[in-house]
Design a protein around this ligand. Structure first.
Ligand SMILES: Cc1ncc(COP(=O)(O)O)c(C=O)c1O
Length: 383
């Protein structure tokens, strides 16, 4: 009998999650109810930020983030090519230009050196911001990026879609949790089901800035506000002060987010156990994402590099192990190639892409299933 499919990632939904959603559905609010504030408060407190703004997905969050920071047509922003397209697309939504810098070949994160070189090759004021990504759950050292950003007057958005519960250690020995806003102006998270916290669709933007918080709240709801009215027209009155969007999360998705968030630490611990088991099995034989000292990887993904990547992908698929590739470099996607990025000099990213493959990584992956995956990978490699 064939084994059931083992995917690369999946949500963990328990009875507590189902009960929370049903209870919200039976209440008075489907959208804009009390669960949204509760989720925002709990999320802000979890990551250690002053504010959190729930949004319909992380892509919307990224869009609001660049708008809140004032990105305008033609302005330039640097990000990594090894990410989901959304990290770059947000710049295009605001009619900005995306510039890619290369990755570090061991951590697979945006390389500080590569960003520095790019910035220093251009006149002062050429770039507006940087969007580093906590790729696969591994937190970027934002303190280093902040020093660089400060020297060149740039803003910083942390794309933490993969990393709720991750952290790095700063130069004073303090643990800095992803999204805590101590170094980045804004951070975004995703609640797509393959991520840590599943809301169906959903996202969160976090910040320590009161000004950015206010701007995000306005842009999330059409640019409409009931606050600071110059005249008292009556209880119904509101003003649309700027062009915003409908990027709201619903009350029942927020209810799910709350119960999912409560289990995130447990999930991250389990993800780390799974990672340890992969590392012990592959050590010295197969390259995997390295872990800088003092960093806690939230392990959204477990990525390895193999020379015959397509062979391994097809072989595992025949065994009902459904791996995935993260990511086709963004500058190679047809849209970005067409608008002039095809020949960008990003050798580490392209070399990484030729070999990377993400193995199953999710809290409910059983020891037996993981043992099967490891056995098949090693059989293929030793083959
Ligand atoms: C790094 C990264 N940023 C942003 C997003 C966008 O997230 P969402 O699907 O919630 O819009 C994703 C989604 O996969 C992602 O992987």
């Amino acid at each position: 009998m064939d084994r059931a499919i083992i995917p690369y990632g999946r949500q963990s939904i328990g009875q507590d999650d189902i009960d929370a959603v049903i209870s919200t559905l039976s209440g008075d609010f489907l959208t804009q109810g009390p669960k949204i504030n509760e989720f925002e408060e709990k999320f802000a407190s979890y990551v250690g930020a002053k504010h959190a703004v729930a949004v319909s997905n992380a892509t919307a969050g990224l869009h609001l983030a660049v708008l809140a920071l004032g990105l305008k047509k033609g302005e330039r922003v640097i990000t990594t090519p090894i990410t989901f397209a959304a990290s770059a697309n947000c710049v295009r939504y605001a009619q900005g230009e995306v510039w890619f810098a290369d990755i570090d070949p061991d951590t697979y994160l945006l390389s500080l050196e590569s960003v520095k070189k790019l910035i220093e090759s251009k006149p002062h004021g050429f770039f507006k911001g940087i969007i580093p990504v906590d790729f696969a759950g591994l937190p970027v050292n934002l303190e280093e990026f902040r020093h660089l950003a400060k020297a060149h007057n740039l803003w910083l958005i942390e794309d933490a879609a993969h990393a709720p519960g991750g952290c790095f250690t700063d130069s004073e020995g303090t643990l800095q949790r992803c999204g805590n806003g101590n170094y980045a102006d804004l951070a975004i998270f995703s609640f797509h089901p393959v991520k840590h916290i599943a809301c169906g669709e959903g996202g969160m933007v976090t910040t320590n800035s009161d000004t950015l918080h206010k701007k995000l709240l306005s842009l999330r709801t059409h640019g409409i506000t009931k606050e600071d009215m110059s005249e008292n027209h009556g209880g119904w009155y509101y003003e649309m002060q700027e062009l915003g969007y409908n990027y709201r999360l619903t009350d029942f998705q927020s209810a799910l987010g709350i119960t999912q968030l409560a289990k995130n630490n447990e999930g991250v611990i389990r993800r780390n156990q799974i990672a340890e088991k992969y590392k012990n099995a592959f050590n010295g034989k197969i390259k995997y994402q390295s872990l800088p000292k003092g960093t806690c990887n939230a392990y959204h993904l477990f990525v390895i590099e193999v020379s015959n990547r397509k062979g391994l992908y097809d072989y595992l698929r025949k065994q009902n192990v459904f791996t995935q590739i993260h990511y086709i470099p963004v500058h190679k996607l047809p849209y970005y190639s067409r608008i002039g990025y095809a020949n960008a000099d990003l050798g580490n990213a392209e070399d990484y892409y030729s070999k990377c493959i993400s193995l199953p990584m999710y809290p409910s992956l059983t020891n037996d299933e993981q043992g099967f995956v490891i056995e098949k990978v090693l059989t293929f490699i030793d083959g």
